[in-house]
Ligand binder design. Structure first.
Ligand SMILES: C[S@@+](CC[C@H](N)C(=O)[O-])C[C@H]1O[C@@H](n2cnc3c(N)ncnc32)[C@H](O)[C@@H]1O
Length: 265
């Protein structure tokens, strides 16, 4: 196996390319990134950064593997519960008017956010055929985890015992979500900076929580502009409380005790 050579400027070139392709700014984690990609390149018999960056740019399969390697996928059930409740209450109001409601979780990581919404919708008796939740993430391994729906104890720590009992099958030592109780749910591997985002259609509600924390201002602006294109008029978007949301005249900010959100104007 060949040694992988990586100078500081090589590493910066990789970090710049990762940002261009995914929005993620890895500069604060550059030592971790360096170790990860050195190990990766060695396994692929790639011995220099130019080859690695070329493949990152033009080889789709290898690009996906690298994106899977560099993204941070921390998530758990019922994270920032107030916002989830607010989103589902709003979805319920829209569905009572007779409509079908579409929610997008972008990003969904391993799926806990999507299934949390499903559990909350079911708990308030929302008609499961009137709600469709789409989860997307750039990381294809995470999307596979979403589809498998198997979670460890740490991931379900915020769920009540009754919720674990009702909505999961115990497969020791883990928990598997009972998909048949959930609303209509789909998961797709999508980079929000790819045009495949626009093929998803229009949504009533978007949750985009804890992704922009990894982006620079210019990518945060791009993100919220892209979401505006797939949000229905007066649709709502929820960001995570740690996300820095840039000013944008496409939305008005609604500060609500049950969860701050942005409404498309
Ligand atoms: C920390 S997780 C947040 C998951 C969930 N929304 C939550 O708040 O618990 C961030 C996710 O953003 C995804 N991500 C990063 N860049 C992305 C992009 N350009 N397009 C889609 N997903 C992206 C990562 O793969 C990761 O799973």
């Amino acid at each position: 196996m060949s040694e992988f050579e990586c100078s500081s400027s090589d590493l910066l070139e990789f970090i710049e390319l990762a940002k261009k392709l995914s929005g993620n700014n890895l500069i604060s984690k550059k030592e971790i990134v360096k170790n990860k990609i050195a190990h990766f390149a060695k396994n692929k018999n790639i011995d220099n950064m130019q080859t690695l960056c070329n493949k990152f740019n033009f080889d789709r399969a290898l690009r996906q593997e690298l994106l899977n390697l560099i993204t941070i996928n921390e998530t758990y059930f019922m994270r920032e519960l107030n916002q989830l409740n607010s989103a589902i209450q709003y979805a319920n109001t829209l569905s009572i008017g007779g409509g079908n409601v579409k929610i997008l979780c972008a990003p969904c990581s391993s799926g806990e956010e999507v299934y949390s919404l499903g559990i909350l919708a079911k708990s308030i008796g929302m008609d499961r055929y009137r709600l469709k939740i789409t989860g997307i993430d750039i990381n294809s391994n995470m999307i596979q985890k979403c589809k498998d729906g198997i979670y460890n104890e740490r991931s379900v720590k915020n769920l009540k015992a009754s919720q674990k009992e009702l909505y999961f099958k115990k497969i020791e030592p883990d928990y598997q979500i009972r998909q048949e109780l959930m609303p209509m749910i789909e998961f797709k591997t999508i980079n929000i900076f790819d045009d495949s985002l626009f093929a998803l259609g229009q949504f009533d509600i978007i949750l985009s929580r804890n992704m922009m924390i990894y982006f620079d201002e210019s990518y945060r602006v791009l993100t919220i502009e892209r979401f505006a294109k797939i949000l229905k008029p007066y649709g709502r978007i929820y960001f995570g409380s740690a996300d820095l949301v840039p000013y944008c005249d496409l939305y008005s900010k609604i500060i609500d005790l049950s969860g701050t959100y942005y409404e498309k104007v």
